[in-house]
Design a protein around this ligand. Structure first.
Ligand code: FES
Length: 113
């Protein structure tokens, strides 16, 4: 589990709904999302061809904002688990991280799901 800096915590808190941002936390290259008020993160690598998941800050989700979408070949992933549900990497999943508040500090950990 990694503690985030105050600046990183503020950046994540400031994300608006449906926004995403690439950031590095404790040498982990991540994409952090705000989906309906919930913040979560995936390693910034798509399991198809191991390319960056976030290459364009404006493109994180499908048009219904229910699935995370890779901009390169359109793979779609469940935000809750990172499982690929459509596209060229079915059966694979994104590496998911979760945020945990403890007192006034924000921590990142690998998700068990
Ligand atoms: S690299 Fe993500 S779908 Fe191909």
């Amino acid at each position: 589990m990694w503690k985030l800096s105050q600046l990183q915590s503020d950046t994540i808190n400031a994300l608006k709904d449906h926004e995403c941002i690439a950031m590095e936390v404790a040498s982990q290259k991540l994409v952090v999302f705000n989906l309906h008020g919930q913040r979560f993160a995936f390693r910034n690598r798509c399991p198809h061809q191991n390319k960056k998941l976030l290459t364009d800050q404006s493109h994180c989700f499908d048009e219904t904002f229910s699935l995370v979408e890779c901009p390169l070949h359109g793979a779609q992933f469940l935000p809750s688990s990172g499982a690929c549900v459509s596209g060229p990497c079915l059966g694979h999943k994104l590496e998911r991280y979760q945020f945990i508040w403890q007192d006034d500090d924000l921590f990142l950990s690998r998700s068990e799901h």
